[in-house]
Design a protein around this ligand. Structure first.
Ligand code: UTP
Length: 291
């Protein structure tokens, strides 16, 4: 098995119901956070972590994702004619960023099923999974932090963060203990998907970044569909725990759930305030609001 994580899988075949009606005809992954589609943040993170193969699991009506990373001759020609060199460079930078490989999930049968669709493209090597609506703002890109750990432990790693109170019920939750040599690392002994608050084994929720060994594909293949006819990725990972080590990694950075309206609003404010071109004026505008 190659020791390096070279491939990143982006499940992007869901319906994005939390963002209707915007997502009726626009893929959720293409919603803009300030001026960049959500999936571009994830792709940039994967490339910064050293992944050179980007695999997107798509569905009908998701062509905008592929188009975004493709060359747009008409747009480029128009920007060139009008002498808009800055915008031309911006547009070309996106199309030169990566050569996407895509595979369709014909029915949205859950995150585990979406990951399983990428099996042929991933092959027999460790790989990353990035959920594009989890945008992580971090000094070192979150996936890069995880790849650095993977290079030491050569085992599956799940990104986690502490979630307080009843909100924990929306997540997969880790059971396990801290690794003494690294306070950010957990030795995972169990996983509970969407527990009731009183039954959550810890406050450590799984966030949308994973590094997985290819064994998970065999396990997903043989996992029965769960609630709502969905194949859960966490069920596959639970199977991994029987034969392999799995670690939780408490990443450094701030995670925004941009697949949710409130999360997107917060992310928009925070990202806009950090921008040199928008931040100062936006800050003044926010201060002027009589709240
Ligand atoms: P989500 O549950 O956040 O996405 O899945 P969703 O189902 O599209 O959104 P809501 O909850 O209805 O608003 C996380 C990621 O997994 C993908 C989604 O596209 C999203 O990027 N996904 C989910 C799939 O690719 N296939 C599925 O069957 C389910």
């Amino acid at each position: 098995m190659p020791a390096k994580v070279r491939k990143a899988v982006f499940p992007a075949a869901g319906f994005g119901t939390r963002f209707l009606p915007a997502t009726k005809s626009i893929p959720k992954e293409m919603l803009a956070l300030v001026d960049k589609p959500l999936i571009q943040y994830g792709v940039e993170e994967a490339l910064a972590a050293g992944c050179d193969q980007i695999i997107v699991v798509t569905a009908r009506d998701k062509a905008a994702i592929e188009d975004h990373f493709d060359t747009s001759y008409e747009l480029e020609a128009m920007l060139e004619r009008r002498g808009k060199t800055d915008l031309l460079a911006l547009v070309r930078q996106v199309s030169c960023m990566t050569q996407l490989a895509t595979i369709r999930q014909k029915e949205a049968m859950g995150l585990g099923h979406a990951v399983l669709m990428a099996r042929e493209l991933v092959g027999d090597e460790p790989f990353a999974v990035i959920l594009p609506d989890d945008v992580i703002d971090a000094p070192t890109p979150c996936l890069k932090q995880m790849v650095d750990i993977f290079d030491q432990v050569h085992s599956s790693i799940l990104a986690t963060q502490v979630v307080e109170g009843p909100a924990i019920s929306a997540y997969g939750v880790l059971d396990g203990a801290h690794v003494p040599s690294n306070p950010r690392l957990f030795d995972v002994t169990g996983l509970v998907e969407k527990p009731r608050p009183a039954e959550a084994p810890s406050k450590n929720a799984i966030i949308g970044r994973y590094i997985l060994t290819p064994k998970v594909f065999d396990l997903l293949e043989h996992t029965p569909l769960g609630a709502g006819g969905e194949l859960q990725l966490t069920d596959g990972i639970k199977g991994l725990l029987q034969t392999e080590k799995v670690y939780g990694y408490s990443f450094e950075g701030t995670r925004h759930d941009a697949g949710d309206k409130f999360g997107m609003l917060k992310a928009t404010v925070e990202f806009a305030l950090k921008r040199d071109d928008l931040g100062p004026a936006f800050r003044e505008y926010l201060k002027s609001l009589k709240l």
